[in-house]
Each structure stands twice: as structure tokens, then as C-alpha cells.
Design a protein around this ligand. Structure first.
Ligand code: GDP
Ligand code: MG
Length: 170
């Protein structure tokens, strides 16, 4: 039969990794070179059709700064899915992504579908984090991993579709 489901999804990751840019690419098909940084969190929604289901994502795009860290549980609590974003040109952002994964493993919904996004894949010449390293980490931690670019749109729809496919069907 046909299923319609609502899925709360949260984006977590270092400030500047490209969380807002990924959501805006997915929801509006746009990219801004000077994306304003998020204050607190921003809400978006977008519906995708996969297999026999329509999934309405209710997306919380969080700020990422340390001073907003205490707010994060409000956004990931009860979330069906999370995208943890780092910037492939920043080893610090990759380290921060791992911290978020640990926090979700401890405090998040145990059935949460988790995706790791190595964003800014268009900046190959500035790359600091290899795809191999990130892929290995993702495999060890039960996440699925993909490199994305909000700028060129590479793998942006794909990451949301893959999450939609993996959500448990009611
Ligand atoms: P957030 O703090 O994680 O929400 O990051 P933003 O979405 O605000 O992006 C931070 C900066 O990185 C902005 O200047 C964006 O234009 C830029 N940016 C985001 N995604 C990409 C990408 O895929 N490629 C490139 N080259 N720049 C990006
Ligand atoms: Mg933002």
C-alpha cells in the first residue's frame, strides 16, 4: 500500500560546514556563496516520493556553534534521521562531526537513520579529509556516507532520498 510519513530530520556539524547550504539546495534548488550563518536553528520542510511512500521531511537546521550546543538535544530528540555534516577541507570539522556522532549514539533515538556528509566536494584542491578515511569511520559506526556539494548539487538530493528509503515504514 501507499504510506505517507512525516520524518523529523536534524542537521548537525561544525559552523561553516555547509548545513544550511545543503538544506537550501535541497528545498529551494539554490546556492549562496555568502550564506548567512544560522542563529539558533531554522526550520524547513520538503516532501519526497520513494518506492511506495511519500516522506515529508521536517528539517531542523542547527547553528553548529559551541554556544548553542545545549539546544541541540531539542532538535535531535525524537528525530527519525540526522545528517552530520563536515567540510572535506577541514580536519577540525571532521573531528567535530565524530563528536556529534558519539553524542547521537549516546543520547539519540536508537533507530535513528544517520548519514555522514563530506560537504564541499567541489573543493578537491583544498581537500584535507580523504573519502577513504571518512568511509571507514562511517562503516565502523553504522552510518551511511556520501560526499556532497551544495554548490554543484552533487549528491544533495541523493542523501535525502537515501534517508527516505532507509526510514522504518509504519
Ligand atoms: P553552516 O554554518 O554549516 O550552515 O554552513 P553554511 O551553509 O552557512 O555555509 C558556510 C559557507 O560555506 C558559505 O559561504 C557557503 O556558501 C559555503 N559552502 C557551503 N556548501 C558549500 C559547498 O558545497 N561548496 C563550496 N565551495 N562552498 C560551500
Ligand atoms: Mg547554518
Amino acid at each position: 500500500g501507499h504510506h505517507n510519513l512525516n520524518a523529523k530530520l536534524v542537521l548537525l556539524g561544525d559552523m561553516g560546514a555547509g548545513k544550511s547550504s545543503l538544506v537550501i539546495r535541497f528545498v529551494k534548488g539554490q546556492f549562496l556563496e555568502f550564506q548567512e550563518s544560522t542563529i539558533g536553528a531554522a526550520f524547513f520542510s520538503q516532501t519526497v516520493a520513494v518506492n511506495n511512500a511519500t516522506v515529508k521531511f521536517e528539517i531542523w537546521d542547527t547553528a553548529g556553534q559551541e554556544r548553542y550546543h545545549s539546544l541541540a538535544p531539542m532538535y535531535y530528540r525524537g528525530a527519525a534521521a540526522a545528517i552530520i555534516v563536515y567540510d572535506i577541507t577541514s580536519t577540525d570539522s571532521f573531528a567535530r562531526a565524530k563528536k556529534w556522532v558519539q553524542e547521537l549514539q549516546k543520547q539519540g533515538n536508537p533507530n535513528m537513520v544517520m548519514a555522514l556528509s563530506g560537504n564541499k566536494a567541489d573543493l578537491e584542491d583544498k581537500r584535507k579529509v580523504t573519502a577513504e578515511e571518512a568511509n571507514l569511520y562511517a562503516e565502523e559506526n553504522g552510518l551511511f556516507f556520501v560526499e556532497t556539494s551544495a554548490k554543484t548539487a552533487v549528491n544533495v538530493n541523493e542523501i535525502f532520498y537515501e534517508i527516505a528509503k532507509r526510514l522504518p515504514r509504519a
